[in-house]
Design a protein around this ligand. Structure first.
Ligand code: HEC
Length: 162
């Protein structure tokens, strides 16, 4: 374990730019409304990858709590949170990113997880095994997964049916 750590540290020093162009979770700056104007990565979000992240149980699992047009055939469409159809007409990119990074900044006390945050998280154990989580310094989603889902949500321009 220690050997691995030394190795990783050495690699980080040798190739800093290769390993991390991502903004660190604790460096994210929020606006007054909880918005995050600066992208978390240098790589633009990919809506298709965002769809996978949003509808996969081990990643974003947005479908557990939200429904949206295009997510109908995903198992367990959720009704905990509001429908996301047309959400691009409600929030701009910065606000959507802020909601994903740490929803508590936009909606204090919400049950929605803070996906790119190390402090406002309720630590669940290691996926239903009853063991403690492996590391306390891991966000639920990667910076790129957040950007991918932001890209996906920006395509949700169709208005909510009345
Ligand atoms: C555990 C349930 C839960 C999960 C999982 C969840 N959300 Fe939410 N979400 C909520 C709730 C509840 C709200 C409403 C905010 C509040 O609590 O007042 C919300 C609000 C939102 C909003 C603002 C909607 C509006 O109309 O104002 C967006 C956008 C959103 N969620 C996107 C997502 C995305 C994308 C994911 C997956 C990465 C996700 N959520 C995962 C529960 C969840």
């Amino acid at each position: 374990m220690r050997k691995l750590f030394v190795l990783c540290a050495a690699a980080t020093m040798a190739f800093p730019s290769v390993l991390s162009a991502d903004m660190a979770p604790r460096d994210v700056v929020f606006g007054e409304l909880g918005q995050v104007p600066t992208p978390l990565t240098d790589v633009p979000g990919d809506a298709e990858a965002g769809f996978t992240a949003a509808t996969t149980r081990g990643i974003g699992n947005c479908v557990a709590c939200h429904v949206a047009k295009g997510w109908e055939d995903k198992p367990f469409p959720g009704n905990v949170g509001p429908e996301l159809t047309g959400i691009a007409n409600v929030y701009d990119e910065a606000q959507l990113r802020g909601i994903l990074v740490n929803s508590k900044k936009s909606f204090p006390g919400t049950v929605m997880p803070a996906f790119y945050n190390l402090d406002d998280i309720i630590r669940h154990g290691e996926a239903y095994t009853g063991k403690a989580a492996k590391s306390l310094d891991v966000t639920i989603m990667t910076a790129q997964q957040v950007e991918d889902i932001v890209a996906l949500l920006k395509t949700f321009t169709e208005p909510l049916p009345k």
